[in-house]
Design a protein around this ligand. Sequence first.
Ligand code: NI
Length: 156
Amino acid sequence: MAILKIVKEGDSVLRGKCREIAEITPRILTLLDDMAETLHKADGCGLAAPQVGVRRRIALVEVEEGDLIELINPVIVEKSGHQEEIEGCLSVPGKWGVTNRPMNVTVKAINRNGEEFTVSGSGLKARALCHEIDHLDGILFVDHAQMLDPDEIEVE
Ligand code: NI
């Protein structure tokens, strides 16, 4: 496994629409493993393939340690409620903003074995799922967040 370089805001790879995965090749499995290692090293709660320079529809979400969700070709199939919470992004270091997201989402995706599954989440997990899936369409949270003054934020 390898730690990958996380691309920062301003790089055009973050702004394209990512391509679907048609076949899960050994290269895709290696990418998933490397992304997981990169996410853990960065101590984030999600990472999308374009953030490591790969324009494919792959994302990871891990809001509880040890509960790593690998998403291939994820699609939000249900959403309800809403929440306004502070959000950040590994590709936008040092910036934080309040986003309006659904409180609950259900996502359909494919796992590394090529099997379709659904995952549901509320609160932080719902936010992370939405945030990572946005990345696959070239959307960053700064596009729709009310940005906060970095001097006035305390991040734990
Ligand atoms: Ni992000």
